[in-house]
Design a protein around this ligand. Structure first.
Ligand SMILES: Nc1nc2c(c(=O)[nH]1)N[C@H]1C(S)=C(S)[C@@H](COP(=O)(O)O)O[C@H]1N2
Ligand SMILES: [Mo]
Length: 248
């Protein structure tokens, strides 16, 4: 049922695009600043991005569930950056882990008036948001979990985000790097989560802090956050092999 609904929506977008042809696409490209990156094979990304931004209300919410819907939750990709046998081992992370992340700080840099860094207890001073949502992994599984954290918008405002800023770039301890646009950054369900299912965020799910980006596929929800850099321009952080924009 659910799947069918998604396919129907996708189909509607495609139909919309073909029937209105270049006009709609042109409008989308003009109104949403489409990142330019990579090669021609990645143009499909830009198309999905423009179509989504042109056709769907930007701030529509992802469905939220109740406690009874919480499921078991697999962990994928990096599940411990402090493991020396892991290919993306981080010595720095291993050190932070030893002290139960008491020395961990999230650095916020770039196009902000007050660059600085935040400990987990700093982040816990902000009003928190808790949401029970469905995670969809590109590998084909989904799971429902409860996430608690600080809205990214609160943090960006606290750091004094500058009006020219257009992208938020994230860097993780396992070398993961990725970015999102401002519509996603200020989406009310975009949070930096330090809690999962009522406890501290577990190691395998990204301790001590991860992104939850509920309107995109799971790989955009970066675990093991280290640094956030706000930028005016799209920064090419390299091709992970996955689409940059993957709205659901
Ligand atoms: N830093 C980092 N973030 C990451 C990954 C990763 O390997 N490293 N994997 C991504 C993928 S593909 C998915 S599906 C989710 C998995 O989150 P989970 O392990 O909590 O289920 O994290 C995403 N964020
Ligand atoms: Mo994934």
């Amino acid at each position: 049922m659910k799947k069918k609904h998604i396919i129907t929506r996708r189909a509607a977008i495609i139909t919309g695009l073909t029937s209105l042809g270049g006009l709609l696409l042109y409008r989308g490209l003009k109104s949403a600043p489409t990142p330019t990156y990579g090669n021609i094979l990645r143009m499909g990304d830009a198309l999905t991005y423009s179509a989504h931004r042109a056709l769907l209300p930007g701030q529509s919410l992802a469905k939220e569930y109740s406690r009874g819907d919480i499921s078991s939750f697999p962990a994928t990709g990096t599940t411990n950056p402090g493991d020396p046998s892991w290919q993306y081992y981080s010595k720095d992370y291993a050190q932070l882990q030893k002290n139960a992340f008491s020395d961990w700080r999230l650095s916020v840099e770039g196009r902000v008036a007050k660059p600085g860094s935040y400990s987990i207890s700093d982040l816990q001073q902000f009003p928190s948001r808790t949401q029970i949502t469905r995670h969809t992994c590109e590998e084909g599984w989904t799971a429902i979990g409860e996430w608690t954290g600080v809205p990214l918008s609160s943090l960006l405002q606290d750091a004094g985000i500058l009006p020219s800023a257009r992208f938020v770039n994230f860097y993780a301890y396992d070398g993961y790097a990725d970015s999102i646009d401002m519509l996603d950054a200020f989406h009310p369900q975009t949070i930096l989560a330090y809690g999962m299912n009522g406890r501290d965020l577990p190691l395998q799910h990204g301790a001590p802090l991860r992104l939850r980006l509920e309107k995109q596929i799971g790989y955009k929800s970066m675990k093991y956050l280290q640094r956030i850099v706000v930028s005016d321009e799209f920064v090419d952080l390299g091709d992970s092999g996955w689409a940059w924009y993957t709205g659901i």
